[in-house]
Design a protein around this ligand. Structure first.
Ligand code: ADP
Ligand code: MG
Length: 709
C-alpha cells in the first residue's frame, strides 16, 4: 500500500478531531488528498514583471509591475461606473480597473507618477489588465522581497477557528512532504510524458506547492490540468468511438420528393448558411450505417425548429417515422401548429400527442402510428409512455435538451426496436465550447452560429423602481403600434419573503395602468395553473388578442411570438444569467426593434450586478455563457447539472483552460486513432484508469446509450 493512502490523522499535529474537520470541510482524508490540495492562488513579489512579459503568457500568479500612470478615466455613471487607469512601463500599456472605491482611488492616484501595482493580470483582446490591484507609490515600503513565489491555500471559517488556516495548512503539507517525497508515482504512461514534454507527477506536485519560478509553476499546473483533462477526453472519446463502431443505424439514403418539394415550394424563407451546414451534417451522418447522436446548439431564435423538421422530412422520404419531443405542452403545441400545415402541403402527416390529448384522439394516434400513417409525432414526454408504439421509428428529436432527464432519453431510445433511431438533441442553452467538449465529448456537435437575416439586435436596458411609470408608458406606446409585451416575474414560491413581486399582484397593478375598459387585454400564465388555463392564456397572446402576457418563467424556453417586442423582467436580479438570456430571446423574433427591460431594486450584490451588466453589454449567447461560467463556476451551469453527468474536475478551470483542454483532446484523438481499444501494452495504465473512471460513473450508466441497444 502506498504511503499516500495513509489516513491524515496520523500526520503529526493533526489527530482525530482535526482530521474529521479536514474531511468535512475540504474532503481531505488521506495524504494523497492533502498533496492534491494545491494552492488556489500564487503571489510573486520576487521581481517586477514587465507588461510585455505579461502580454506573452497568461500567468496564473498575482504579480507586481512598476509603471507610470498615463491617464485616468471614469467610465459610466452611478453603480455602473468603473475607473480605468492606463499605465505604461516602457514595454507596453496596461489597464488597472476598479469597480468600487473609485473615488478613493481617484483621490490617491496621480498622473505621471510611478506606482507599484500588485494583482492578478488577465489578458483580454491582447491587452493586459488587473482588476482591483493593490498599489503604492514607487520608492515607499514595497518592492522586491526575497521569498519567492508563494502559494496561498484554501481554508474555511471552521478550519480557521481550529487553527487550520492557510498557513497551518501550508505547514502540514511541509511536514507531510518530507515523508512522501520520492514516493509519488507517475500516473501517465511515460511515452505521453515524453511526447508532450510534461513534468513528472511528483515534480509537478512539488512545484505546485513550492514553486521555484513562475515558469516552472506554469509547467507544473499545465501537467496537472493536462492529465485531468486528458483522461476525461480519452474516456469520452473512446466510448464514443466504440459505440459508433459497434452501433448500427438506419440509412437515409435518398433525399426524396417530399423533402425537395418542401424545400423548394413550402419553406417560407431561405435557410441561413449555418442552417444549411447543419442540415448537411445531419444528412452525412445518416448515411454511415452507424447511429447518429448529435447535439445541435443554437442561440435562441437561430432557427433550430426548421432544421429539425428538415431532418424529419429526410426520414419520412426514406420510409421512417420521427418523434419530436418538447419540454412543455405549450411548446409541443406551438411546434405542431407551425409545422403541421407546412407538412400537410407535401403529404407528410403530423400528429400531436400530449398529456391532455383526449382518449379517442389518443387511440386514433396509437393506431396510425402502428400502421405507419403518421410520419411525424410531436409531443411532450407523454411520447415515451408505454402504449406509444411506432411502426418504424427512425429519428428522435429532443428540443431544449437540458429540460430532459437522461432516463427519458434512454427510454425513447428503446422504442426504436432492433436498430436504434438516430438521435438529435437541440439546446438553446449556449454551452461554452470547453464545457461542451467535456460534457458532450461523446456526442457530435453541430452549431447554428448565425441568426436569420433582418433581425435587429435587442436593446437591453436596466431600470429601477422609480422608472416604472416610464416603462409602462413605453409599453403603452409599443402596444399602440400593434406590438405585444411580456412581463415576467420570478417563480411563485410561498416560502419566499413577501417582498418578492408576485405575478398576481403585478398583474393587478398592470391592469390599473392598462384597463380593459380602454381595450387592453392582459393574460396571466404561471406554473401553478392547470394546463388548460395556461394554454388558454398563451393562445390568446399568440393570436394577438392579448397585448400583455404576465408570466413566470414557464415561457422561458422556445415560445415564439414574433410580434412581441418588449420583455420586461421584474426582479431581474433574482434570475440566473442564462435564464435572463433565454427570456430575452422571446423578443426580437420578428423584423421590429425589440427591447428587454431589466427591473431591479436599488441595492444589488456584486454578482447580481455582474449578471445585469453582462446582459446590457451583449446579446451574444456564447459570451453570456462564458460569463455565466466565470461567475458561477462550471459545475453550476444549467446544462451540467441536468445532463446527469458528474464532471470531476479538480485542477482545471474550464473557463480559462480551453487551450489545455484542446491539447489534451488532440492527444487523446491521436492516441485512439492508433489504438482505439487501448490494447497496447504501453497503454495498460490508461486502460486501467478508464475502467476505474467508468466504474465510478456507473451510477449514471444510462447516459451511455449504447448499453441499452
Ligand atoms: P429556436 O432556435 O430558438 O428554436 P425557432 O426555430 O423558433 O428558433 O425560430 C425562430 C424564428 O425564426 C421563427 O419564427 C422561424 O420561423 C424563424 N426562422 C427560422 N429560420 C429562418 C430563416 N432562415 N430565415 C428567416 N426566419 C427564420
Ligand atoms: Mg426552439
Amino acid at each position: 500500500m502506498s504511503i499516500l493512502n495513509t489516513n491524515i490523522k496520523f500526520l503529526p499535529s493533526v489527530g482525530e478531531k482535526r482530521a474529521e474537520l479536514l474531511k468535512k470541510e475540504l474532503s481531505i482524508a488521506t495524504f494523497e488528498d492533502l498533496v492534491l490540495h494545491t494552492p488556489f492562488r500564487y503571489i510573486d513579489r520576487t521581481k517586477f514583471y514587465t507588461i510585455a512579459e505579461l502580454r506573452k503568457s497568461d500567468v496564473a500568479i498575482d504579480v507586481q509591475i512598476k509603471a507610470k500612470v498615463q491617464h485616468v478615466q471614469l467610465i459610466g455613471e452611478g453603480r455602473k461606473a468603473r475607473l480605468v487607469v492606463t499605465v505604461y512601463d516602457g514595454t507596453g500599456v496596461a489597464e488597472m480597473i476598479w469597480f468600487h472605491s473609485t473615488s478613493w482611488v481617484l483621490k490617491s492616484i496621480d498622473r505621471e507618477r510611478e506606482y507599484i501595482f500588485f494583482g492578478r493580470p488577465s489578458l483580454y483582446n491582447g491587452g493586459v489588465s488587473m482588476v482591483h490591484p493593490e498599489f503604492e507609490a514607487h520608492g515607499m515600503s514595497g518592492g522586491v522581497v526575497s521569498y519567492g513565489v508563494q502559494g496561498v491555500y484554501r481554508s474555511t471559517e471552521a478550519l480557521r477557528n481550529n487553527m487550520l488556516g492557510t498557513r497551518a495548512i501550508a505547514s502540514l503539507i511541509r511536514v507531510m512532504w518530507q515523508r512522501i517525497e520520492g514516493q509519488i508515482e507517475e500516473t501517465l504512461p511515460l511515452w505521453i510524458v515524453h511526447k508532450v514534454g510534461l513534468m513528472s507527477r511528483e515534480e509537478a506536485l512539488r512545484e505546485a506547492h513550492y514553486p521555484q519560478s513562475a515558469e516552472r509553476l506554469a509547467k507544473a499546473l499545465y501537467r496537472l490540468k493536462f492529465e485531468e483533462l486528458f483522461y476525461i477526453q480519452l474516456n469520452l472519446l473512446q466510448a464514443k468511438g466504440v459505440r459508433t463502431e459497434r452501433s448500427i443505424g438506419h440509412i437515409f439514403s435518398t433525399v426524396g420528393d417530399r423533402f425537395n418539394r418542401f424545400y423548394n415550394d413550402v419553406l417560407p424563407f431561405p435557410l441561413t448558411g449555418a442552417q444549411k451546414r447543419v442540415v448537411k451534417e445531419i444528412r452525412q451522418n445518416s448515411v454511415t450505417g452507424h447511429q447518429m447522436n448529435r447535439l445541435i446548439q443554437g442561440d435562441v431564435g437561430s432557427g433550430k425548429t426548421i432544421v429539425a423538421l428538415l431532418a424529419a422530412l429526410i426520414a419520412a422520404d426514406n420510409g421512417f417515422q420521427s418523434a419530436i419531443m418538447a419540454p412543455t405542452e405549450i411548446l409541443a403545441q406551438q411546434h405542431f401548429e407551425s409545422l403541421a400545415p407546412m407538412c400537410n402541403k407535401v403529404g407528410v402527416s403530423v400528429a400531436l400527442l400530449t398529456g391532455s390529448t383526449r382518449k379517442k384522439e389518443r387511440e386514433r394516434i396509437f393506431a396510425e402510428l402502428l400502421s405507419g400513417e403518421i410520419d411525424i409525432l410531436i409531443g411532450t414526454h407523454a411520447l415515451i409512455e408505454d402504449p406509444v408504439q411506432f411502426s418504424r421509428l427512425g429519428l428522435v428529436i429532443i428540443d431544449e435538451q437540458h429540460r430532459f432527464g437522461v432516463m427519458q432519453r434512454a427510454k425513447l431510445h428503446i422504442k426504436g426496436g432492433e436498430t436504434p433511431p438516430h438521435i438529435i438533441v437541440m439546446t438553446a442553452t449556449p454551452i461554452p465550447r470547453t464545457l461542451a467538449m467535456t460534457l458532450y465529448g461523446d456526442l457530435d456537435v453541430s452549431v447554428i452560429d448565425e441568426l436569420p437575416p433582418g433581425r435587429k439586435p435587442i436593446k437591453t436596458i436596466h431600470t429601477r423602481e422609480e422608472q416604472r411609470l416610464r416603462v409602462m408608458g413605453f409599453m403603452r406606446e409599443q402596444i399602440k403600434q400593434g406590438r405585444q409585451c411580456y412581463v415576467v416575474y420570478p417563480a411563485i414560491d410561498e416560502n419566499e419573503k413577501l417582498d418578492i413581486a408576485s405575478v398576481e399582484a403585478g398583474a393587478a397593478a398592470l391592469a390599473e395602468f392598462f384597463p380593459p375598459s380602454e381595450g387592453y387585454c392582459s393574460v396571466v400564465v404561471h406554473g401553478k395553473m392547470t394546463t388548460k388555463l395556461k394554454d388558454y392564456g398563451m393562445d390568446m397572446f399568440r393570436r394577438g388578442e392579448a397585448q400583455i402576457l404576465v408570466a413566470t418563467t414557464v415561457i422561458e424556453v422556445g415560445v415564439n411570438v414574433p410580434n412581441a417586442t418588449v420583455m420586461v423582467i421584474e426582479s431581474a436580479h433574482r434570475f440566473g444569467l442564462s435564464q435572463l438570456h433565454q427570456l430575452r430571446g422571446r423578443v426580437g423574433r420578428g423584423g421590429e426593434q425589440s427591447w428587454c427591460v431589466l427591473m431591479t431594486g436599488d441595492k444589488l450584490g456584486a454578482d447580481s450586478r455582474a449578471r445585469i451588466e453582462a446582459m446590457v453589454e451583449t446579446t451574444d449567447g456564447f459570451v453570456i455563457a462564458e460569463r455565466d461560467m466565470e461567475l458561477r463556476g462550471a459545475g453550476d451551469i444549467d446544462g451540467t447539472r441536468q445532463s446527469g453527468q458528474a464532471i470531476d474536475i479538480h485542477f482545471s478551470d474550464l473557463a480559462r483552460d480551453s487551450q489545455i483542454l484542446a491539447d489534451a483532446r488532440a492527444e487523446a484523438i491521436e492516441l485512439l486513432s492508433i489504438d482505439p481499444l487501448l490494447n497496447g501494452g504501453e497503454n495498460f495504465q490508461l486502460r486501467v484508469k478508464i475502467a476505474k473512471m467508468r466504474a465510478k460513473e456507473s451510477g449514471i450508466e444510462e447516459l451511455d446509450l449504447s448499453k441499452i441497444s
